[in-house]
Design a protein around this ligand. Structure first.
Ligand SMILES: CC(C)(COP(=O)(O)OP(=O)(O)OC[C@H]1O[C@@H](n2cnc3c(N)ncnc32)[C@H](O)[C@@H]1OP(=O)(O)O)[C@@H](O)C(=O)NCCC(=O)NCCS
Length: 173
């Protein structure tokens, strides 16, 4: 089992600014994020182009996983923190970790964890937040491992199929 895990995990990770990505890379990133089903389709290509850093994990020629760091719009960020009941924390957080999706056949082999680690290494001094569906225990497990703590209470996002969401903030020592 451990051997299989290591085999699947093997691959190449690339962390890139969106303006340095090819059109194909941006399209493939977008496609994999959409397949994860946790985002709204509207304006996604634009949001990806405006991201801080995009993470790609390839196994051979296949894009196995993606994740990204972005600067959200103030209005979106403030709404999320307000709805979670922790408006006062909004000013401290400028960067959002998101778009973490691992293709089904590669899940459970530590790929998302190592890709997110690479992204977070680039943003040492930033206050970072993330949101998850309330029932997305796998992503919550990944975030918890990095020191994210759930803040506030569950809030609704009527645009999503799973309307109950949780807000997470990275606690730095
Ligand atoms: C959440 C997600 C990105 C995790 O990707 P991943 O590459 O499988 O993550 P990791 O392998 O680093 O796994 C993290 C933990 O979950 C476990 N895990 C992941 N997939 C699993 C599965 N299908 N069954 C059991 N455990 C699983 C891993 O074993 C690991 O736990 P461990 O460290 O105790 O071994 C992936 O499940 C996914 O793409 N989900 C759909 C999209 C999504 O919900 N994205 C999050 C948006 S906020």
């Amino acid at each position: 089992m451990e051997k299989l895990k290591n085999q699947k995990k093997k691959g190449t990770q690339v962390i890139k600014r969106p303006d340095l990505c090819t059109a194909d890379e941006l399209r493939n990133f977008h496609g994999l994020v959409l397949s994860g089903g946790q985002v709204t389709r509207e304006r996604l290509p634009e949001l990806i182009r405006r991201a801080i850093l995009l993470g790609f994990h390839y196994v051979g020629p296949r894009l196995a996983a993606v994740a990204g760091l972005k600067t959200p719009r103030e209005s979106y960020k403030n709404r999320v923190f307000r709805e979670a009941g922790v408006e006062h924390l909004s000013k401290q957080s400028h960067t959002e970790l998101g778009w973490a999706v691992t293709r089904k056949e590669f899940q459970g082999s530590g790929i998302a964890t190592s890709l997110i680690q690479k992204l977070l290494n680039q943003m040492k001094d930033e206050k970072i937040f993330a949101t998850t569906a309330s029932d997305n225990f796998l992503m919550q497990r990944v975030l918890t491992r990095f020191g994210f703590r759930q803040v506030g209470h569950a809030y609704g996002d009527p645009m999503l199929e799973s309307p109950s969401k949780l807000l997470w903030c990275l606690e730095k020592d």
